[in-house]
Design a protein around this ligand. Structure first.
Ligand code: AMP
Length: 175
């Protein structure tokens, strides 16, 4: 089944000029969701992955399913002020705006191998921030996986330059 066709595009959301790639249509389609999670997991089936880190909010849905399939733990990377225990934080630039990400300081142990998951990589600002947090917490991050790549925005290449093995399932040209 064509995963790209299962993703809905909403022009000018949340601001003019952005083509928003809406994966809720993919998530709502049982076969597409299953195929998507299987494809995200496939490259890591033979690798030792201790934990999956998912970026709020769509990365939670995908990351939780991937962690389950890999028998790995899950680390939530959350928007500011949502985590109850001691946190570390980093600010980053979005394709549209500025945001920050937090994780629990004890979210992972030193040297744990963590797979980073999100729905989409655009400029890579979010994923690089996530990587910074995870490395600060002592994680080893060999790889990151995304459903959608917007290659023209360069995020996947930015991550590769940081020594991350990047896998993506579908790509859309432009923004
Ligand atoms: P970036 O930090 O530029 O790589 O942006 C990636 C993050 O922003 C992901 O968490 C996406 O969910 C969201 N995002 C950025 N651009 C889009 C887009 N065109 N469609 C849907 N989500 C997007």
């Amino acid at each position: 089944m064509d995963l790209k066709a299962a993703i809905r595009t909403i022009p000018d959301y949340p601001i003019a000029g952005i083509m928003f790639r809406d994966i809720t249509t993919l998530l709502g389609d049982a076969k597409a969701f299953r195929q998507c999670v299987d494809a995200l997991v496939a490259p890591f089936a033979d690798q030792k992955i201790d934990k999956v880190a998912g970026i709020e909010a769509r990365g939670f849905i995908l990351g939780g399913a991937v962690a389950h399939q890999l028998s790995a733990g899950f680390i939530p990377l959350r928007k500011k002020g949502k985590l109850p225990h001691k946190t570390i934080a980093v600010e980053y630039a979005l394709e549209y705006g500025v945001d920050s990400l937090e994780m629990h300081l004890d979210g992972c142990g030193a040297g744990e191998r963590v797979l980073l998951i999100d729905d989409l990589i655009a400029t890579g600002g979010t994923a690089v921030a996530a990587l910074q947090l995870l490395r600060q917490a002592g994680a080893e991050v060999p790889a990151a996986a995304f459903v959608v790549d917007l290659p023209d925005l360069g995020g996947a290449d930015k991550l590769r330059a940081l020594n991350i093995d990047v896998s993506t399932l579908v790509s859309f040209g432009g923004h």
